[in-house]
Design a protein around this ligand. Structure first.
Ligand code: AMP
Ligand code: MG
Length: 479
């Protein structure tokens, strides 16, 4: 176990990619208090979870007393936000502390969100309220337990300073996040726009070395990188869709090169399976609705291809041809991953059943999570529970008949269909209590969500959707 002050951070991003960050320091935290520390993740990283709660540990987790080996920087990037290009985004309220390298060679970023204003803050205050930081912690850890590639949450620490938002003052907090890296499509967009071909090549080489080292020897490694990111994002979005996850802000600066889910803001999980579902209050046009996510991912990857064009070929027509052909692979990769995921969900190997299943889900809008869990009851002989979840059970019967004839494996289904997801009303209730100082509900929730596939007695309320008296869930942009 390494003490916070003795962590040997590496700083390859800073060393190799000058021009893509600004050295910066965290704002003071007058009274840091640990709210959540992820003991298991700390241990995985070789960090002492007890020490993380001491003043030295809190100095690391708030960025106010980083170890000698760290070089704290605000990363620069650009990005399309809701379709509009912003040439200069960057970490407005976040810092990269450095890279932790595991015994197996895995390199992971430690990054702090809520650590104060940086030169990229534009109009923002550089702060983060406790509720939204706990929300990222809970949902990212739930996603990890569900088996989805994601950034992880190491800790949430309150700073001792209040943060003002529309809803009123809230305790200020810093989230310590762990990620395979923070390279985004927006990092490439910025670099391409700077008009420095050498830096763009260096960034692409860095991304290959860090995430896809096997591609370095390819004939056209940059095209291979593009294809690999397309494949990783196709798989990622297929995972979101299988679980009913709505990211909420699929801007190009929130699309990772590693293929991890990043930046949990106005995200939420579906109750009813409705492709038009939007939770974010700022997404008025429904651009990032549940059912639009695969298409948006493809659009974002087109922007990535544009940024990479000069690396594909010296001749721009040839480069465009190569990029277009690669991007066409997205649809097939996504559909294959989606179908594979849904075949596992229904516990059979009969793709002919899928088209009718997708139509039934879109038309009948059952609770997305419970539908598949109750389908395993049907596989065991009891169709009552799943029929009770749809508006027109007789329309479901024909499909159930063909599906049962295909011999579904109920136990295999239960291993891929979660019973516990971060239901909006439960997350909301737990975060409200936490902001009032009562951490018990959020700790319970984290514990339940850490084993999403194992149904346990006494946990029924964590499996149920919100009752009819709970207002439609909306997430606000004031994070
Ligand atoms: P997000 O949508 O959370 O990924 O953030 C988009 C951009 O806004 C990023 O550049 C963030 O750093 C920046 N940002 C968000 N909230 C704040 C804040 N309170 N202060 C400064 N910058 C912020
Ligand atoms: Mg972001």
């Amino acid at each position: 176990m390494t003490a916070a002050t003795e962590i040997a951070f590496e700083n390859t991003f800073v060393r190799d990619l000058e021009g893509l960050y600004l050295p910066w320091e965290a704002a003071p935290a007058p009274d840091p208090q640990a709210v959540l520390v992820n003991d298991a993740l700390a241990a995985d990283l070789g960090l002492d979870p007890v020490e993380l709660r001491t003043p030295a540990g809190l100095g690391l987790l708030t960025g106010t007393a980083p170890p000698e080996s760290a070089t704290t920087v605000a990363q620069a990037y650009a990005g399309h936000q809701f379709g509009n290009y912003s040439p200069r985004l960057g970490d407005g309220r976040a810092l990269l502390v450095g890279e932790l390298v595991g015994a197996d060679g895995t390199r992971r970023d430690l990054h702090l969100k809520g650590s104060g204003r940086t030169p990229f803050a534009r109009g923002g205050d550089g702060k983060a309220p406790l509720g939204p930081m706990l929300r990222e912690y809970v949902i990212s850890e739930a996603m990890h337990a569900l088996g989805v590639p994601t950034t992880r949450s190491l800790a949430v620490v309150t700073t001792g300073e209040p943060v003002l938002r529309e809803q009123g003052p809230e305790p200020g907090a810093v989230l310590a996040r762990i990620a395979a890296s923070h390279l985004r499509v927006g990092t490439f967009q910025l670099t391409a726009a700077l008009g420095k071909p050498e830096l763009l090549r260096r960034l692409a080489d860095y991304a290959i070395a860090r995430h896809y080292p096997e591609l370095a020897d390819e004939e056209n490694p940059y095209l291979a990188l593009y294809r690999a990111v397309i494949a990783a994002q196709a798989r990622l979005v297929a995972q979101w869709m299988r679980l009913g996850f709505v990211h909420g802000v699929m801007n190009t600066d929130n699309v990772t090169i590693s293929g991890e889910t990043i930046d949990y803001g106005p995200c939420a999980f579906l109750d009813a399976h409705d492709p038009a579902t939007v939770y974010s209050s700022i997404d008025e046009g429904g651009r990032y609705a549940y059912g639009n996510q695969p298409g948006v991912a493809q659009w974002n990857l087109a922007r990535f291809g544009e940024a990479l064009l000069p690396l594909f070929d010296d001749d721009s027509d040839t480069a465009i041809g190569l990029a277009t052909e690669a991007l066409q692979g997205f649809a097939d990769a996504y559909l294959a991953a989606r179908d594979e995921g849904y075949l596992a969900k229904i516990g059979v190997g009969t793709p002919e059943l899928l088209e009718d299943l997708y139509r039934l889900l879109d038309e009948q809008k059952p609770d997305h999570t419970l539908f598949f869990r109750r389908l395993s009851d049907a596989a065991r002989g009891d169709t009552g529970p799943v029929r009770s979840l749809v508006t027109d059970p007789t329309a479901l019967d024909a499909w159930l008949g063909s599906w049962r004839a295909a011999g579904p494996d109920a136990d295999a289904m239960d291993r891929v269909n979660p019973i516990y997801i971060p239901r909006n009303h439960l997350v909301d209730e737990a975060l409200r209590a936490a902001v009032r100082g009562d951490l018990e509900p959020v700790q319970w929730l984290l514990q339940v969500l850490s084993h999403p596939y194992d149904e346990r007695e006494g946990y029924e309320r964590f499996a149920e959707p919100a009752g009819p008296d709970v207002p439609r869930f909306v997430t606000f942009c004031g994070t």
